[in-house]
Ligand binder design. Sequence first.
Ligand SMILES: Cc1ncc(COP(=O)(O)O)c(C=O)c1O
Length: 387
Amino acid sequence: MINLHEPTFDLEDEEYVLKALRSSWVSTGGPFVNTFEKEFAEFVGAKHAISVCNGTIGIQLSIEALKYKQQTFQSFDIIIPSLTFIATANAIVHAGGSPKFIDVEENSFQFSIENFKNYTLNNYDYRFEQKCWVNKLTGNKLLAFIPVHVMGWSAAERQLLQEISEEFKITILEDAAEALGTYNLDGSHIGNSSLAAIYSFNGNKVLTTGGGGMITTNETEFAKHLKHLSTTAKIDNLRFIHDEVGYNFRLVNLLAALGCSQLKKLKSRLVRKKEIFNLYSKYLQSPFLSIYSQKNCNSNNWLICTVFEDFNLREKVLTVLLENKIQVRPLWMPCHLQPAYQTENNLLLANTEDIWKRTLSLPSSPQILDEEIKYISDLILFSLSGE
Ligand SMILES: Cc1ncc(COP(=O)(O)O)c(C=O)c1O
């Protein structure tokens, strides 16, 4: 079986985990959490990084802290692209809000600015006295907009996100779960265009701690509150006094140790990921497909995706590859079509549905062999040869 995206560990990773294990600091205390947060913040060029148990919880916690920052005690909406892993929507619900789904650009994984603007203007009124958008039908406050850096490609240029945020007076949180190691064209790391960005360290990501996540922000007060909320909002370590209903959302020392050693290797891993993208691009020359890419960033090339001419070709290739023990995957079913979000099932988001039906993610592990990429590409071309 050639898998979609496998983690890689070396002796150094083992030594780091063993060091944490032998120190007996496996849980909440221990030095690796602080070190990982500090080094991660440096890597992405953010002032602060707050580690959490996983990316989903990172999104939820950021929303909780945002509710506090905006003193929002009423029902609220958050706009997100429908083309995302369901975790983005779920985290909003977990934090007590309603996700509102918008369409992507044509032939793209990324949200459409026009759709965002139209959706907001059609569905919300701006209330000057409260300084917020209010849903015309439900009265819900529009708390935020969460663009998603899908598959490691930038959701939008840094400047553009900042412009939307200013023009619409709306807070942006970035779902960067898949995009650690993706850079804007000016060389800055993505995720610094907004109040906060959330990363995932799930086993299939470019950096993994098994499970884990990180929130980065440049706002010191917001960072302090995130840390406070994630560590049970404790204000007295001896007598266990808590000033808010906090959460136990922190990353444990054992996993942070793995994060520290994984981070050391990230730069070289990204070089290999780029090579993988280049090899697929070289081998997969066909009028029936294209390798997905965008010009607005230098991607971490998390999962290399092929976009086919139509759904039937995609399905044909999918079947052949699976039969040959090659793990490929269509994009996630868009959120607005998910049984879990039944009330949204009648939405028509044409671009999202189109790209979802035509895309296939290919094996993209850093340790995949060049010959394996050639073999997979040949199989794809062979499956299309009768067309
Ligand atoms: C776009 C997106 N958002 C959120 C998440 C959630 O991250 P996690 O799996 O660490 O909870 C993922 C995860 O894998 C993701 O791909």
